[in-house]
Design a protein around this ligand. Structure first.
Ligand SMILES: Cc1cc2nc3c(=O)[nH]c(=O)nc-3n(C[C@H](O)[C@H](O)[C@H](O)COP(=O)(O)OP(=O)(O)OC[C@H]3O[C@@H](n4cnc5c(N)ncnc54)[C@H](O)[C@@H]3O)c2cc1C
Length: 319
């Protein structure tokens, strides 16, 4: 067990965790950042929409960020956190290899996983010719034909949004019967629907070839789709008994209803983008800093606003 008491242990070294570390380091806080190195966007290799880093390699962005942080009292472990839990007035964090750490607060910025559908060939093209986010990737393939894969998760709004980057978009409904409202959106966007079963994807010099059940195939510049997400919160069980952290987040600063636990990045309420993740890491770090001042100098700051009560679950509609 590392006997130091850190002000904050940060779980996750993506934009959220790194920016949180920068704010906390500059606030003269003692910080440990633990990161297992498998970011959500690694498959893409580069990132966009981050000023001065548009098109930068993700690995390079991370190592340059860490280099900047060495000016402050921030240390790093490349490791996986297997459990974290509150214990009295601190949090105990256990890692796979580096041991156990104690901190006054935990900033949890471990991100989410995109759950890829089991379509043969899709995983191999993920991040290079198969994408989810038009703002991140469509510029590079603009004016080429796109396929939008409806599959099990409807993506008709994605198809309409993509019309700004290409006027040749085909919606693959993969045999799903499209309801009238989805059909109307696609018709208004000028996007035709192909209903044949999609059997797989193959690499193609133009981008991706979509294989259909009738044996034919069509090449597109890229295939876009919406995906389900899995929040990476396993290490917080059983301390946090919620399926995700959005449901326990109590304000826009990343505070949660769980004492000493703060959230930032894709796991929180903000839009899932690198710049937003970084901003939310900064916000959470400021909340942590003032909450620690509150603890060290009682009465020196007004209490944070009381969180709004958790909304009651919406009852299921009558059959
Ligand atoms: C293919 C793809 C491309 C994208 N491209 C862009 C883009 O160009 N521009 C853009 O703005 N956004 C892009 N995004 C979205 C962007 O990746 C996320 O919004 C952003 O990475 C979120 O930052 P984060 O810090 O919350 O999480 P992440 O960047 O995912 O970082 C989380 C970190 O936590 C670590 N971690 C998880 N669990 C543990 C644990 N138990 N112990 C220790 N470490 C742990 C992970 O290894 C990871 O390094 C893309 C997403 C995808 C899927």
């Amino acid at each position: 067990m590392d006997t130091q008491l850190y002000d904050t242990v940060i779980v996750g070294g993506g934009p959220a965790g790194l920016n949180g570390a920068l704010y906390l380091g500059r606030s003269r806080r003692r910080v440990l950042l633990i990161d297992s190195g498998d970011a959500r966007n690694m498959a893409a290799g580069v990132m966009h929409n981050v000023l001065t880093n548009d098109g930068a390699s993700i690995a390079d962005f991370r190592s340059r960020s860490r280099a900047e942080l060495t000016r402050y009292d921030v240390s790093f472990h490349d490791d996986e956190v297997v459990s974290a839990a509150g214990e009295g007035d601190h949090v105990v964090v256990v890692t796979k290899e580096s041991g156990t750490f104690r901190a006054r607060t935990l900033l949890y910025a471990a991100g989410v996983r995109s759950l890829l559908p089991p379509l043969p060939g899709l995983a191999d093209l993920w991040g290079t010719a198969v994408f989810e986010c038009p703002y991140c990737h469509a510029w590079e393939v603009r004016e080429r034909p796109f396929a939008v894969y409806g599959g099990a998760v409807p993506s008709e709004c994605l198809a309409s949004t993509l019309t700004v980057w290409s006027d040749d978009i085909t919606y693959l409904s993969d045999r799903r019967e499209l309801p009238e409202d989805e059909r109307a959106l696609l018709a208004a966007a000028g996007v035709p629907v192909r209903a044949e079963r999609v059997t797989g994807l193959k690499p193609h010099p133009d981008g991706v070839r979509v294989e259909f059940a009738d044996g034919g195939g069509v090449a597109y510049g890229a295939l876009f789709l919406h995906l389900a997400m899995e929040p990476r919160v396993a290490a917080l069980r059983p301390w946090v008994d919620a399926p995700d952290l959005e449901s326990v987040q109590s304000d826009e600063r990343g505070r949660t209803r769980v004492p000493r636990l703060y959230v930032a990045g894709d796991l929180g309420r903000n839009m899932q983008q690198a710049a937003m993740a970084a901003a939310s890491g900064g916000l959470a770090a400021m909340a942590i800093n003032v909450d620690l001042i509150r603890e060290d100098r009682p009465g020196s700051l007004p209490a944070p606003p009381t969180p709004a009560p958790t909304p009651a679950p919406t009852p299921a509609p009558a059959p």
